[in-house]
Design a protein around this ligand. Structure first.
Ligand SMILES: [Zn+2]
Length: 407
């Protein structure tokens, strides 16, 4: 079973927006009360919304009647999960990443959301129906909503103030049928504009949308910071207008990038059944250097899209650039400046990135149980390779969790 989320833009009326804001306000109040109490007393039990409000904010009990209290129940599980993750990561005997403690929610933060657990959304010409208190919500609904067990429904507000509804469903995993058995390796490159180099020699340029809008964005950010008045609780209307403009620019950049990566990943998924990538931690890369470029290229997002559109294989990244794909000799003298090099052993001339992509593909093929000595630039064509791949695909359900294969 796998979870899929379907997101639709909605256009709520002013009354519905008021209802949303009331729900968001109460959820935020409940979250902040729990956080402030938990800071004083770590061993405090996290109670549900009713006992918490009775203890600390009795007037909030009257406000609950106006909203769907199901959302507050969901908030209770969220706050418990956040604290559990934090306390578990503090435990030194456990291995894994450190999780930051939950933060207070601010009214000024435009990005927010809440979710329903029990609703079963209905679609019709009028829009989407979630609860009786909300009524029908207008929106643009594409026909991609598939069958499956509905797990939860989320309402979210973006930084620009647009509303979205996200429906999460659980359904059976549809494994892609084995039609062509083609495999490709992708080498990720941060130093060039060509961020993806495929093992068949194709170099894909990143549009770098953020870099393109930097001048325009900078102008508005400068204006915004000049209008900000330090120490004032409420800022001027002009400041808020400028803030909205900056948010719109950021959202446009994000949408453009997402669109480009969706198209690219769909194209790759249609052509190849297996896609091999390096197993790099992009978050650490971004923290160390070139943080802006890593985010702007969106290679991590591309990997995520590929993971559900096709079969993604992650292979170790070590020495993929330095190893000659023809003879397997490692050239440790190779520096970052060398974009092309000649192998000292077999004398073959390599493009640095294409060689790395071929090595990634080779590594993935060896993991899939196929022969190494084949022409990696072309598609695998010999019948032996296909025979070797078949048993793996058949056993995939039982042997490997999910569709991401880590080395
Ligand atoms: Zn060589």
């Amino acid at each position: 079973m796998e979870c899929r989320a379907y997101e639709y833009r909605i256009y709520p009326t002013s009354q519905q927006i008021e209802q949303f804001n009331k729900t968001l306000g109460l959820c935020r109040l409940y979250w902040n009360i729990i956080l402030s109490e938990k800071q004083n007393n770590h061993s405090m039990l996290i109670e549900g919304y009713k006992p918490t409000f009775t203890k600390f904010k009795p007037e909030a009990l009257n406000w609950i009647k106006e909203i769907d209290s199901d959302c507050l129940g969901q908030m209770w599980s969220d706050v418990r999960a956040a604290f559990n993750a934090f306390f578990n990561s503090c435990n030194k005997t456990r291995k894994g990443k450190f999780v930051k403690p939950p933060k207070f929610k601010s009214k000024k933060n435009p990005k927010d959301g809440f979710r329903y657990a029990v609703t079963k959304p209905k679609f019709s010409n009028k829009g989407i129906f979630l609860t009786r208190k909300l009524g029908w919500l207008k929106g643009s609904f594409h026909c991609r909503f598939a069958e499956g067990k509905i797990k939860q429904t989320t309402i979210k507000r973006t930084a620009t103030g647009n509303w979205f509804v996200k429906i999460t469903v659980e359904k059976k995993k549809n494994l892609k049928k084995c039609t062509n058995m083609k495999i490709i390796g992708i080498d990720w490159n941060i130093h060039n504009d060509e961020f993806c180099v495929l093992s068949n020699g194709t170099k894909i340029k990143s549009p770098m949308y953020l870099r393109r809008t930097e001048k325009h964005l900078g102008r508005h950010q400068k204006k915004m910071s000049k209008l900000y008045k330090i120490g004032k609780e409420e800022q001027s209307q002009n400041y808020l207008k400028e803030k909205q403009r900056v948010a719109i620019i950021h959202e446009k950049v994000t949408n453009k990038r997402k669109d480009f990566l969706h198209k690219l990943s769909r194209d790759l998924a249609n052509k190849f059944q297996f896609v091999a990538v390096e197993n790099i931690n992009l978050q650490t890369m971004a923290q160390m250097h070139h943080g802006k470029a890593v985010g702007d290229q969106g290679f991590g997002m591309l990997r995520n899209f590929l993971a559900y559109k096709t079969n993604l294989i992650k292979v170790p990244a070590a020495y993929t650039s330095q190893t000659c794909h023809k003879c397997g000799i490692r050239n440790s003298k190779l520096t970052l400046e060398d974009r092309e090099w000649t192998c000292p052993n077999c004398g073959s001339h390599h493009d640095r990135d294409i060689n790395a992509a071929i090595n990634i593909k080779m590594s993935a093929i060896s993991r899939l149980g196929t022969y190494r000595n084949q022409n990696a630039c072309g598609e695998p064509s010999s019948s032996t390779k296909q025979e070797n791949l078949k048993p793996f695909v058949q056993n995939k359900k039982s042997s490997i969790k999910g569709r991401i294969f880590t080395a």
